[in-house]
Design a protein around this ligand. Structure first.
Ligand SMILES: NC(=O)c1ccc[n+]([C@@H]2O[C@H](COP(=O)([O-])OP(=O)(O)OC[C@H]3O[C@@H](n4cnc5c(N)ncnc54)[C@H](O)[C@@H]3O)[C@@H](O)[C@H]2O)c1
Length: 328
């Protein structure tokens, strides 16, 4: 099949290399606003490149991956849908709930499938948590603990456009909590701290945050996020129930030591590309199946909106100091 990719930056270059190696992908066509970047990457991985968007979308694609910056996601998804091309879009699919709802309303009549880039849904550990919950192995859930910790803050320029720690970082936990538990979040309380670079305050952001979620069955969830985890990139989740507790993320590369010396022995994960390498590959393989009509989207636009609404509620709670109900 023939797949296009828009945006050959950090995550786009990784997805491009993955797609080039997938047996299902016969031809890969890259496009970037910086033409030379797309051309150079295409040369390295044996792909083609297109100098403009119309040229890309008009080249007989079976699917297209959007990995350009957030601000242009909805425009690019719209263009793909107008061309009738199934689309994978990195999260978030639009800036804010209104733009997300408008995009989803337009897509709903198009019949063009959309898959959103919450790659933890393809991580074996998260999938095992979901299976254990669905099988009832843990009993009645009482607590979920989720953690996303970046080793170092992103550049100040990125912070200003990121949407803040809840929309940019903790949103992966918010999606994972919904996906693993199969429940919806009804209420959010959040707090945050700024004790690092003044760029966070300048961007109206915090460098560390804790969010408490109440699920629609009463299960309580804590999500911790920080940009200053010197030990490495740390993403874990524990799901505890009346019968048993199951955790993921405590493998040999977890950037974590215990007082008994347990857990990490190998080089700790340095970022999302090393921690979720296999999940990203599985995610792209799944998209080729979605684009071929072999399976429905495993992460829909509705899922993207739900996670965003939790992030919006967390942001409002941080600013008001009050619990916030999640918009329906
Ligand atoms: N799911 C994840 O784990 C994950 C991880 C990283 C980034 N992301 C998301 O992926 C997106 C890209 O992030 P990044 O860190 O790779 O950004 P980046 O800045 O490294 O790369 C973006 C690329 O898009 C190109 N570009 C800009 N405008 C364009 C346009 N209109 N058309 C075509 N190309 C254009 C830029 O030249 C650049 O090469 C963001 O929305 C981000 O939130 C998701």
């Amino acid at each position: 099949m023939r797949i296009g990719l828009i945006g050959t930056g950090r995550i786009g270059a990784f997805h491009a290399a993955t797609l080039a190696a997938l047996p299902a992908v016969g031809r890969l066509v890259l496009h970037d606003a910086v033409e030379q970047q797309a051309r150079e990457l295409a040369g390295k991985i044996g792909a083609d490149w297109a100098g403009d968007l119309d040229g890309l979308l008009g080249s007989g694609l079976d699917g297209v991956v959007v990995a350009a910056p957030t601000a242009v996601h909805d425009t690019l998804v719209r263009a793909a849908a107008a061309a009738g091309v199934p689309v994978f879009c990195e999260k978030p699919i639009a800036v804010g709930p209104a733009a997300t709802r408008a995009l989803l309303a337009e897509l709903s009549g198009s019949g063009v499938p959309l898959q959103v880039g919450f790659q933890r849904r393809f991580d074996a550990g998260y999938a095992a948590l979901r299976d254990a919950v669905a099988a009832g192995d843990l009993g009645r859930l009482h607590t979920v603990r989720a953690c996303t910790a970046d080793p170092a803050p992103p550049p100040a320029g990125y912070l200003a456009l990121s949407g803040g720690i809840f929309r940019d970082c903790a949103v992966h936990d918010f999606d994972s909590v919904r996906w693993v538990t199969g429940r919806e979040v009804v209420e959010v309380s959040a707090t945050g701290a700024d004790r690092g670079d003044p760029a966070f305050a300048a961007a109206g952001d915090v460098d560390t945050a804790v969010t408490v979620l109440t699920l629609d069955d009463g299960t309580l969830v804590s999500c911790t996020a920080t940009r200053y985890n010197g030990a490495g990139y740390d993403v874990r989740m524990e799901v505890a129930g009346s019968r048993s507790t199951l955790a993921t993320g405590y493998d040999e590369r977890a950037p974590l030591r215990t007082t008994t010396g347990a857990v990490s022995s190998a080089a700790p994960y340095d970022g999302f590309l090393s921690r979720f390498h296999e999940a990203y590959v599985a995610e792209m393989a799944a998209f080729t199946e979605v684009a071929s009509g072999l399976r429905p989207s495993p992460c829909t636009g509705g899922d993207a909106l739900a996670a965003l609404l939790i992030a919006e509620a967390a942001d409002r709670s941080l600013r008001t100091g009050r619990p916030v109900r999640v918009e329906a």
